[in-house]
Structures are given as C-alpha cells and as structure tokens.
Design a protein around this ligand. Structure first.
Ligand code: SF4
Ligand code: SF4
Length: 73
C-alpha cells in the first residue's frame, strides 16, 4: 500500500523528496492550513519502501497507508 503525506501536517521541509528512491514525491499547489509548502506522493509510483516516513522530521506528516482523503495535490 502506498504511503501518504498528510497535506495539512507536512511543513514542506522536503527531506523526503531527495530520499525517495523512485522520485514520486511532488510539490503540492499553494499552501496548506499551516501556511507552509507541502508535498504529495504519487500513489501509482510509490513502492512502499517507508524511507520518506523515516526521514521526515515532522511527526504524523507521513502515513504508511493510502489516504487520498488526507492528501491534496
Ligand atoms: S512529508 Fe515530511 S519530509 Fe516530506 S516535505 Fe513534508 S514535512 Fe518534509
Ligand atoms: S514509501 Fe518510498 S517510494 Fe513511497 S513515497 Fe515514500 S520514499 Fe517514495
């Protein structure tokens, strides 16, 4: 199951973007509820390796499940 970036928890730090082995983490449009940049995961490309969740410094920003309802593009 692909991972999900919770758009309104992500702070746009982008540690995950460079760490993802298949480059499936992309910038979201505009700002989130925190007023920060945010990223999203392309579910069709994600290989569920979990690296993004390990490197993310923001607690709760990455979930190890597919939650389209929590992730904006
Ligand atoms: S998911 Fe975490 S590491 Fe990735 S951009 Fe958001 S805050 Fe940064
Ligand atoms: S689980 Fe792996 S493949 Fe999927 S977005 Fe995170 S780092 Fe990329």
């Amino acid at each position: 199951m692909p991972h999900t970036i919770v758009s309104n928890i992500c702070e746009g730090v982008a540690d995950c973007v460079v760490a993802c082995p298949v480059a499936c983490i992309k910038p979201g449009q505009g700002k989130n509820e925190k007023g920060t940049d945010f990223y999203y995961i392309e579910f069709d490309i994600c290989i569920d390796c979990g690296i993004c969740q390990k490197v993310c410094p923001v607690e709760g920003a990455v979930l190890a499940e597919e939650r389209e309802d929590l992730q904006s593009l």
